[in-house]
Write a protein that binds this ligand. Structure first.
Ligand code: NI
Length: 178
């Protein structure tokens, strides 16, 4: 397995729409495993393929607690969904403070559907259907947004978007200059 490089805003790949996966094969499983390793290394709860420059409809997530009350590591619970589709959404909304590995050092509150049902294929190409609520529901909506070229900051007010995007562009320019 290998740790993959995470693209950050304003990388243009993050704004592109990803393509459906045609076959769940060994090559795709390697990508999924690399994405899962990268997600854990970066301390993320989810990662979408376009964030590592792969424009395919694949997401991985693990919203389970990482440590028990005494700080001991808990078993990992990674989930991969290929070609994920949100088939139902609750009318009830939930507000969560979100962050994103592609939007470094910025968190903000976003309103999402409190519950949703996601269908797609698992790591072995099997059909899966998951009913999600709370953080898992938020995480699915956030990661599937990535597959459509949408970042959580795109869901903030115009004023906030301008502020955050300006700051991120400046940061990217500074990193390039080093
Ligand atoms: Ni993200």
């Amino acid at each position: 397995m290998a740790r993959l490089e995470i693209l950050t805003y304003p990388n243009p790949r993050l704004a592109e729409k990803s393509l459906p996966v045609e076959a769940v094969d060994d090559a795709l499983r390697r990508t999924i495993d690399d994405m899962i390793e990268t997600m854990y290394e970066e301390d993320g709860v989810g990662l979408a393929a376009p964030q590592v420059g792969i424009l395919k409809r694949v997401i991985v997530l693990d919203c389970s607690p990482r440590e028990d009350e005494d700080g001991n590591p808990l078993p990992k619970n990674p989930l991969a969904v290929v070609n994920p589709v949100i088939v139902t959404r609750s009318e009830e909304k939930i507000v969560w403070e979100e962050g994103c590995l592609s939007v470094p050092d910025y968190n903000d509150e976003v309103e999402r559907n409190a519950r949703c049902t996601v269908e797609g294929l698992g790591r072995d190409g099997e059909k899966i259907s998951i009913e999600a609520e709370g953080l898992l529901s938020v995480c699915f909506q956030h990661e599937i947004d990535h597959l459509d070229g949408v970042l959580f900051v795109d869901r903030l007010s115009r004023l906030k978007q301008q502020m955050v995007k300006k700051r991120l562009k400046k940061r990217a320019a500074e990193e390039e200059a080093v």
